[in-house]
Each structure stands twice: as structure tokens, then as C-alpha cells.
Design a protein around this ligand. Structure first.
Ligand code: ARG
Length: 586
């Protein structure tokens, strides 16, 4: 099924193009006010102006030629030349019935011939524990990957890449620390345990900052690491494995699909860095400045108007973050054959990516038909408007944050539903707690900062995960109460019949799901999905308040059960694209 908005766009555009003799987009949008109908074509005015025609007259000609009678009431012209469309209840009913029979895709067509797409996300610097700063890159990237996987319907075309920071001085520091504190472990690092990754890092860092000799040792280990010296490499592998285990626990708790297979850290590009320099040299792009190798691109200037360098190799021969990212672009387009690469990081890295993208294009690693996209996001703040910290002012560990979310959700479950068994309570608490944190994050416009607020995100009312999960559970309880066999219902061949205003509103919203998925996939903005789900849940509430379901009779009852079923399915589907679990009872 083509989204209604696209269907109208195609029909109106083709008539408008025919009338004006030019390709003429209809610019169809959902109506802001249901009084005027469901969709509106805004393209006539622009075309009339171009053709020096009266817009209302052109709109009349369009309507006269347009055949949408099976789906819409007769279109109406409004204002200077808008065309308003109101969908016909019989047509809507048929469409909803059809969506119900497609249990896999809910009537949503996949994108034809989707591009091979790399999604670079999460990508924490290893060696430390993940903190709240990694929340956004991790969950936003996961949602983008999930939405594209569904839209493309070709999982092999989505390549998740966890570009972890597993190389460089912090590792030299940790290895030097192991050598000092557990010299025996350098041959067999597994002989000792890093009890707590974070405190291990803190202790090493303290020594690094306070002790000049240690700093030298750390530097020495960094060089040894980059030169692949065996003992150092062994210790490095151990530290990376410890960090990886830690991250994996967080990913699992977050219900984020990332594992070792998706990891391609900075270290993996080590062998490829000299080629980057060579290519840049051959392209005549390298310039030496204060002993460092740089690329200068005229469009990047500082405040004083001086062209900024993109430094790719320091005077001591060391490579930089940018060099690795250039090698990664080169690998992704060259080896992975990526046609679209998406980077999810905080907004402060915008300039870095702008420069890396320009440099990669200029060097010939990414032709113009390859899309390079940076998806920037704002920060998580405390209620003081400053970066979110613990009460004592420390960084908030992601693991602690999620544990607290589950505890808080558990308290609510205990309060509301004390008689459930413990296992069920724990399951609900995990789904609601983690879901609440994720939903609160994803429901914000990406680029805005937002304030982390437990009470708001765990509220049962408003645009929150618990509200959405409750809406889903409510439908399940209707089915339980009525002892309804959903499969039999769906396959019974009964049709939906939308008649009441609340049924029509809900039906139209259900059919807009495909349009929303397309928008989220195209613009990479998850909050469009949360906004939609919230509207849907509210429309369901008014439907349920005004249209008895179990108490209705005959075909009306069946029709309403089917509508409720599609609503629950859509909520479940939407939440699963957000990586949020649903539960059958709350
Ligand atoms: N490790 C980096 C950081 O913590 C993020 C990496 C993002 N991805 C990339 N290809 N640069 O800031």
C-alpha cells in the first residue's frame, strides 16, 4: 500500500503537470484542521504564478481532470487555490481492513532498491565505563538502524558500525599501570581481574597526572602498542575485552542491537592510516605546517578568517582522530561498498565531520552520489540546565542510570499492582524503566538539549513510554476480558467499517503510519515517531471512551475489535522500532 499522501501527490501532480506542461509537484500535506478535510494540495498557487494564470481557475481545472472519486469526497478549493481532500469512510475502511491482513508489514511497502547504508553509532571510548553522554549516540543510532532495516526490508544492506575508541594514549596509560601494579600480568593479563573498570581507569589517570615518570612509561607503551609489540598488545587485548564486556551489558540492558560483530574500532584502521596519508599526498592535498601534515580547505575558517587545518599526522608521526575517520570513510565506501553513511554523535563534532566529509570527497574516497550524513544531537542536562551529573557532581554512569530507572519503575508497579507475582513485576519494571529513559530521550527534537526528569519520563500520563505501554496493555486486556482469539478474528475475513467520528479519526491515523515511517527514515528524526504514537494512543482513548467494543454486537463488535487490534499492533511495531518493549499487562 502506498502512503495516502504519496498517492494523492502522484495523482494531483500528474494532472497539474499535464495542465501546465511542466513537472509540477502537488505539495500535498496533511491538513492542519480537520474541518477542511484530511489532506491539502498546496502546489497550485506556485504553478499558477509561474504560468501567469489565475490560481483558483487552475485549481478548478485540476479538479475537473482529477479522478480520486473512489478514495475522496469531491475535492474542495479553498482560499487562493488550495485543494482540500476528505477521505471516504468506505475507502478508509477497506484500507484499514487490508492493513490488518498484512501482519508483518502492516501494509507498508519497502523502499525499492535501498542503498547499502552504514550507521556509525554508540562508538564510546573504551577503557572507561559508559556514561550518560553515550546514551544518546547509542539509542538514537539503534533507532535509525531499526527504522531503516524495516523500511529497506533488506537487513543485509544496513551495516552497524561501532567505531569504538580503542587506541591511543589512554590505553598506553592503562597498560603502563598494569605493568606497575601487576608486573606478573603483562605475560598473562588474564591472571588478574580488573574488578571495576572505572576505578581502575581513575587510579591510572591519577598516576598519569601526578607522576612524570609514569607519564613517560605510558607514552612508551602507547608507542609500543602502535608498533604491535607483543607483550603490550596482549595487555591491550585484555583491557579491550574487559571494556567490551562492560559495554555489552549496557547494550543488552538498553535493548540495543550491537555486539562484537558490529565493532570496528579505531585500532582496526591502524594499518590503513599510512595509505590515507599516501592518497592525500598523491592528490596534492597535504601541506606541512609546524611539522604536522595538514589538509587545508578554503571553506573552513576560524573567527579571524584564517583557513583551519585538518591535521592528519603530528610532527612526532602520530595519527589523529580525523585520520582514522578518513580511513573509515575509505574502508566503508571501498570495502563495504556503502552508498550512504550515517554518523550519530553529539553536535559538538559537527565541524569535525564537515571537514572529514569534504576531505574524503576531495580525495576521491566518496563520490557525490554517496551520501555522508552527520546526525548531531544535543546534550542531556540536569534541572539546573547544566550537563547532567550525580548529586556529588560526578559523571552519571549509564549502568547506574538504567538500574535506577528499573528500581523506580519497580516502585510504581508495586504501588499500582501489588498482587502480581515477582517475576512479572520485574519484567514490567525493566520494560517500563528502560523504556521511559529511552522514550524521553527520543521524543525530543534531536538537536535540542533536554532536561533529564525522572518524574516526567515515568508519568503514566503524557507523551511517555509508560503511557504508550499502558495503551498497548489496555488493548490486550480487552482481548483477554472478551476471550477473543485474535488470529481467528484477523483471518475471519470480516471487514472494518468506520462510521463513528472517533473511529474515522483513529482509522485515518492508523493509515498514516507508513507516511510517518517514511518521514522518520528520510529525515532521521525519531521524535516524529513518538509524536505519532502519542497521537495514536490518544485517538484510541477517545475511540474507546465513545465506542463500546466488547459491549457492541455483531459486525460492529468485530469491526471495533479489529480496529483495536491494528492499533495495538501499530503501537507495538512503533515501540519496537524505538527499541522499547511492550508488556501485556501493567
Ligand atoms: N569515540 C568518539 C567519542 O567518544 C565517537 C566516535 C564517533 N564516530 C566516528 N566515526 N568518529 O567522541
Amino acid at each position: 500500500m502506498i502512503p495516502i499522501i504519496d498517492l494523492l501527490e502522484q495523482r494531483v501532480s500528474s494532472v497539474l503537470s499535464e495542465l501546465t506542461g511542466n513537472p509540477a509537484p502537488a505539495v500535498v500535506r496533511p491538513s492542519n484542521n480537520p474541518k477542511f478535510g484530511d489532506y491539502q494540495a498546496n502546489g497550485v498557487m506556485g504553478q499558477a504564478k509561474k504560468a501567469k494564470q489565475n490560481p483558483r481557475q487552475l485549481a478548478e481545472q485540476v479538479i475537473a481532470k482529477l479522478d480520486v472519486s473512489e478514495m475522496c469526497e469531491p475535492p474542495q478549493i479553498a482560499g487562493p487555490g488550495f485543494i482540500n481532500f476528505r477521505l471516504r469512510p468506505e475507502w478508509l475502511s477497506r484500507q484499514v481492513s487490508q492493513a490488518i491482513t498484512d501482519s508483518q508489514r502492516l501494509g507498508i511497502d519497502p523502499l525499492a532498491d535501498p542503498p547499502v547504508t552504514v550507521v556509525d553509532f554508540s562508538s564510546p571510548n573504551l577503557a572507561k565505563e559508559m556514561h550518560v553522554g553515550h546514551l544518546r549516540s547509542t539509542i538514537i543510532g539503534d533507532v535509525i538502524a531499526r527504522v531503516l532495516e524495516f523500511w529497506y526490508d533488506a537487513p543485509e544492506k544496513i551495516i552497524r558500525q561501532n567505531h569504538v575508541g580503542d587506541w591511543g594514549t589512554q590505553f598506553g596509560m592503562l597498560i603502563a599501570y598494569i605493568k606497575r601494579t601487576h608486573p606478573e600480568a603483562i605475560d598473562d593479563p588474564t591472571a588478574f581481574q580488573i574488578a571495576d573498570l572505572e576505578s581502575f581507569y581513575q587510579q591510572a589517570k591519577k598516576l598519569f597526572d601526578d607522576d612524570a615518570t609514569f607519564k613517560q612509561e605510558a607514552y612508551h607503551e602507547t608507542v609500543a602498542l602502535h608498533n604491535n609489540e607483543q607483550a603490550t598488545l596482549k595487555a591491550w587485548k585484555y583491557v579491550v575485552a574487559e571494556s567490551r564486556t562492560h559495554c555489552q551489558k549496557v547494550y543488552d540492558q538498553l535493548n540495543v542491537r550491537l555486539n562484537k560483530d558490529n565493532e570496528r574500532g579505531e585500532s582496526s584502521y591502524n594499518d590503513r592510516l599510512p595509505d590515507v596519508i599516501k592518497d592525500l599526498h598523491n592528490a596534492g592535498m597535504l601541506v606541512e605546517s609546524d611539522g604536522a601534515q595538514c589538509v587545508f580547505m578554503d571553506q573552513y575558517k576560524n573567527k579571524d578568517g584564517d583557513v583551519l587545518p585538518l591535521i592528519v599526522q603530528k610532527s612526532d608521526g602520530a595519527f589523529l582522530y580525523a585520520t582514522t575517520d578518513l580511513a573509515a570513510v575509505r574502508y566503508r565506501t571501498g570495502d563495504l561498498k556503502a552508498q550512504r553513511i550515517i554518523y550519530v554523535t553529539d553536535a559538538r563534532q559537527k565541524l569535525h565531520f564537515d571537514m572529514v566529509f569534504s576531505c574524503a570527497r576531495k580525495a576521491g574516497w566518496a563520490s557525490e552520489d554517496i551520501t555522508l550524513e552527520h546526525v548531531p544531537f544535543g546534550s542531556v542536562q540536569g534541572d539546573d540546565g547544566k550537563p547532567f551529573k550525580t548529586r556529588s557532581g560526578g559523571t552519571v554512569k549509564l549502568k547506574d542510570l538504567l538500574d535506577e530507572a528499573v528500581l523506580r519503575a519497580g516502585d510504581i508497579v508495586n504501588e499500582k499492582n501489588a498482587n502480581l507475582d515477582d517475576a512479572t513485576k520485574a519484567k514490567i519494571a525493566a520494560a517500563v524503566g528502560v523504556g521511559a529513559v529511552k522514550y524521553a530521550d527520543l521524543s525530543n527534537n534531536l538537536v535540542s538539549d533536554y532536561v533529564f526528569d525522572w518524574n516526567k519520563m515515568l508519568a503514566m500520563e503524557g507523551n511517555t513510554a509508560p503511557y504508550m505501554q499502558y495503551a498497548y496493555a489496555r488493548v490486550q486486556s480487552i482481548f483477554r476480558k472478551g476471550d477473543i482469539d485474535v488470529d481467528a478474528l484477523v483471518h475471519s475475513g470480516h471487514l472494518v467499517n468506520l462510521t463513528e467520528p472517533e473511529e474515522l479519526t483513529l482509522g485515518k491515523l492508523l493509515l498514516r503510519y507508513s507516511e510517518v515511517i517514511e518521514n522518520v527514515a528520510r529525515d532521521l528524526r525519531p521524535h516524529l515517531l513518538t509524536t505519532y504514537l502519542f497521537d495514536l494512543a490518544q485517538a484510541f482513548s477517545s475511540f474507546y471512551a465513545n465506542c463500546p467494543v466488547l459491549k457492541a454486537e455483531g459486525p460492529t463488535r468485530t469491526s471495533r475489535l479489529l480496529i483495536a487490534h491494528l492499533t495495538a499492533k501499530t503501537i507495538h511495531h512503533g515501540l519496537s522500532l524505538l527499541g522499547i518493549a511492550t508488556i501485556d499487562q501493567m
